[in-house]
Design a protein around this ligand. Structure first.
Ligand code: ZN
Length: 418
């Protein structure tokens, strides 16, 4: 099962000083900052997924400066992301349109040639056809005919776009592998889309719009799709959020998926922030008094005393670092954390913090992040620590994935019939 990590220009600065909380004055972002695949000794994903919307800044999705965008187009995806520097040359690149960013518009803002220019110009290994998201899921629509007109129109548009994309791919003699996208609102509508895409010649098909679906709903769609699936067709699941069941989809021909969840949970989840074998830990919340939006607002509103916040913040930092060095007890670390949490009106996380501190997973982890950042990786504090924890999660997630299925197998690369 191949795992693709969606790019959002998330990088860390390897020389960041955790004690002074300063970046190197000599840092040049594009030269010195590192992607997740550069931090770990072994690849933590099979490849990266880059969205044209994120590169071009469509619908507020932009993560690239004009200079970065120009560099990507000039250097190509392998050199821009330094994929070619990997000792393992198998790190792949997949491009897509980022359909969620223009989902509210009546039609995608790109032509097939615009998108092919992006894929071909940047040298992607695989390129996903232009698509338009269908919002809504109703399994009953298969029997009562209750599909909305807008859904049916978008499905027809998707097939038309996939046909035009493949036609241009053929006539331009493109190098990348074309990937169709199936959208639907029910098991049968998904299987209809897949059948149409196979008829057009696609052998690799992404399944879109499944983000909000429950696992059982995804399985009922995969079962319906399985009935029309050609033996050499394989699937990519776009934007998986509940990753725990993803390996069980392999029997339905799902060969790859992409997900930001392992990374984002590091700093978006209420409690599951640090992945570990068979479980997760809660990160220790010690937000910076300066730079934390919520905290700063409450200080300005006079609800929190700034001097007191500083004192408790520094005390919590000292106590946790001293505990890490066996120079303070777990009780003192927990009480310092609780005092700072209380000042911010945060609910009591003491029992979760106790587990984190007692087990000290950061000392046991051999990943490229934990071996260099130490206890700092477990602190929920600022982007340099939070992204490092996300990179650590990618390492553990990949290990889980490999453990489920054994070593990754080489697949024959299917191409659309010309
Ligand atoms: Zn680690």
């Amino acid at each position: 099962m191949d795992f693709y990590f969606p790019d959002s220009q998330d990088q860390i600065e390897p020389t960041y000083d955790f004690i002074a909380e300063e970046r190197s004055p000599f840092r040049v972002r594009q030269r010195d900052d590192r992607y997740a695949h550069e931090i770990h000794k072994k690849p933590v994903y099979s490849g990266i997924l880059v969205s044209k919307s994120i590169v071009d800044g469509i619908g507020g999705a932009g993560r690239y400066t004009a200079a970065q965008r120009n560099r990507l187009y000039r250097l190509g995806v392998r050199e821009f992301f330094r994929l070619r520097d990997r000792r393992d040359p198998s790190l792949k690149s997949m491009g897509d349109c980022g359909a969620f960013s223009y989902a509210a518009q009546p039609a995608p803002p790109f032509t097939p040639d615009d998108v092919i220019d992006f894929y071909e110009g940047c040298g992607f290994d695989q390129g996903i056809a232009i698509d338009h998201v269908i919002f809504g899921y109703r399994a009953d629509a298969d029997t009562d005919g209750g599909a909305e007109e807008a859904w049916i129109e978008r499905q027809a548009l998707n097939v038309k776009l996939a046909e035009a994309f493949l036609e241009r791919w053929r006539s331009r003699g493109c190098q990348f592998e074309p990937v169709g996208v199936a959208h639907g609102w029910s098991p049968r509508s998904y299987s209809d889309s897949v059948a149409r895409l196979q008829d057009l010649g696609y052998r690799r098909i992404a399944l879109g719009g499944m983000v909000p679906l429950k696992t059982l709903q995804i399985i009922e769609c995969l079962e319906a799709i399985d009935e029309v699936r050609d033996v050499d067709t394989s699937f990519h699941l776009l934007g998986v959020t509940r990753t725990e069941n993803v390996t069980s989809f392999a029997s339905y021909g799902v060969a790859s998926f992409d997900s930001t969840s392992p990374f984002r949970q590091a700093f978006k989840d209420d409690k599951d922030n640090y992945y570990w074998k068979g479980r997760t830990y809660t990160a220790l919340r010690i937000p910076q008094v300066e730079g934390n939006v919520k905290l700063s607002a409450r200080i300005r509103a006079g609800q929190i005393n700034q001097g007191e916040a500083h004192r408790l913040e520094q005390r919590a930092l000292r106590a946790v670092r001293a505990y890490d060095q066996d120079q303070a007890s777990i009780i003192s670390a927990l009480s310092a954390l609780r005092a700072y949490d209380e000042l911010q009106g945060r609910k009591d996380l003491t029992e979760r913090y106790r587990e984190t501190l007692e087990d000290r997973p950061w000392k046991r982890c051999r990943c490229g992040v934990c071996t260099s950042a130490g206890v700092e990786v477990i602190l929920f504090r600022g982007t340099e620590r939070n992204k490092r924890r996300g990179f650590h999660n990618l390492f553990v997630f990949n290990q889980r994935l490999q453990g489920h299925l054994g070593p990754p197998r080489r697949r024959a690369t299917p191409v659309a019939s010309a």
